[in-house]
Design a protein around this ligand. Structure first.
Ligand code: SF4
Length: 290
């Protein structure tokens, strides 16, 4: 049986940057606080925790003073930076440059559209760390939509600037923006502005077509990802659509031997938060099982 690990799967540069920053600090210091899971992968969080990384949440941050805290790739809203300043916390900012650029774009867009009483709409998951950081750029005034049903929140008689969370599916973003455009045009209000901003991260969207090919080339696909990873869920669905013998797992012990009966080829792939060492361990385990 041939087992192939997808060459394009695994950490994106934003995640590599945050993890390398944590590792380099933990070589010199015994421990380091990180605000939220450094990456949406429990196995990698466990590995870094064993080196001294301590995951904290925003409630913990309120109680900390005079220390260092790492900001992960998802970024943070301005309120986190204000709190750090107040509590003399040194922030080690590993926010991904793609997310920082989007935060800046939304901030400028919000400043502009509020002059004409318009709305900023963010296509993303309510409560997701990146979306919280994006919302913060608008004083939490932007409208977050996750589905067509959520479009009820929008006032279509007003101008709209729309942005997407970086890791959403290009197809889903297209569908939601077409719906918004249709509803806005139906009102025939020529005075309104409607601008769709292309803010998807290419590290994720470029993987989708490539993963579809990979899924077709293998009899069975093992998709490895943490269950909290947005792009993990989205990329897995793309694999499943192409190859119905696709299985989502987070760890080796979730493998089932019956998946590999009479199979000639197995492809292992994952999200932008999936460590390569985990995919390699899974490849070895499949060899043993088969
Ligand atoms: S998926 Fe894209 S935006 Fe998100 S951390 Fe990776 S490079 Fe940055």
């Amino acid at each position: 049986m041939k087992i192939t690990i997808d060459a394009y799967s695994g950490f994106c540069f934003g995640v590599v940057y945050a993890i390398e920053m944590a590792e380099s600090i933990l070589k010199k210091e015994e421990s380091l606080y990180c605000l939220g899971d450094i990456v949406h992968n429990n196995k990698e969080v466990e590995r870094l925790s064993s080196l001294g990384l301590k995951i904290i949440d925003h409630n913990d941050l309120n109680d900390l003073k005079d220390c260092k805290v790492l900001i992960r790739a998802h970024g943070e809203p301005p309120s986190t930076y204000d709190l750090a300043l107040k509590n003399n916390i040194q922030l080690l900012d590993a926010s991904c440059p793609v997310v920082l650029k989007l935060q800046h774009q939304i901030k400028l867009g919000y400043e502009e559209i509020k002059q004409i009483d318009g709305q900023v709409v963010i296509f993303g998951k309510e409560g997701h760390a990146e979306v919280v950081g994006l919302l913060g750029q608008t004083n939490n005034n932007a409208i977050v939509v996750a589905s067509i049903e959520d479009l009820e929140k929008i006032d279509f008689s007003k101008s709209i600037y729309i942005y997407s969370q970086t890791t959403k599916s290009p197809q889903a973003y297209k569908e939601i923006t077409l719906q918004i455009e249709k509803r806005a045009k139906a009102l025939n209000n020529t005075g309104i502005k409607y601008i769709v901003n292309d803010t998807l991260c290419r590290q994720v969207s470029n993987r989708e077509p490539q993963l579809k090919q990979f899924s077709n080339k293998n009899d069975v696909i093992i998709f490895v990802s943490g269950r909290k990873s947005s792009n993990g869920k989205m990329l897995y669905q793309s694999c499943k659509k192409e190859n119905s013998n696709s299985y989502f797992i987070s760890d080796i012990d979730e493998l089932e031997s019956e998946w590999f009966l009479g199979v000639d080829s197995v492809g292992i792939c994952g999200a932008t938060s999936t460590p390569r060492w985990l995919m390699e361990g899974i490849a070895k385990a499949i060899k043993r099982i088969a």
